[in-house]
Design a protein around this ligand. Structure first.
Ligand SMILES: [Cu+2]
Length: 123
């Protein structure tokens, strides 16, 4: 009987540790919100550098131009996600990223080469 009670206590303690987890071991469940916009004129974003914390990232893209744009995230040449290509308006997407430096760019033909690109620093 005592062994059963002790075993139950051990299991309960282990379960509590699993549920709570060690402090700071996991990225926050609340996504970092990253805002970027395309300027009303010219093939440009409003910034060349975006910053976020590791984990889930909510990318909010506002296109102020009548030209179609998007925002794509890549690591090297490996695409990790991005928004839809939109006209004037707003598009939201979610990506999960580890610490590191990523590239963001517009996938509409010619726009990246014209300067619609930058760095996303996750730290
Ligand atoms: Cu573009």
């Amino acid at each position: 009987m005592r062994i059963t009670a002790l075993l139950a206590l051990v299991i309960a303690t282990a379960a509590a540790v699993i549920v709570a987890g060690p402090a700071g071991a996991r990225p926050s469940a609340t996504p970092t919100v990253v805002n970027v916009s395309a300027l009303a004129s010219g093939l440009k974003y409003n910034t060349k550098v975006l910053r976020a914390h590791p984990g889930k990232i909510k990318l909010v893209f506002t296109n102020k131009s009548t030209l179609k744009h998007d925002v794509r995230i890549e690591s090297g040449e490996h695409e990790l996600g991005g928004t839809k290509t939109i006209g004037k308006g707003r598009a939201v997407t979610y990506v999960s990223l580890k610490k590191g430096t990523y590239n963001f760019y517009c996938s509409v033909a010619g726009h990246e080469d014209a300067g619609m690109k930058g760095k996303l620093i996750v730290s």
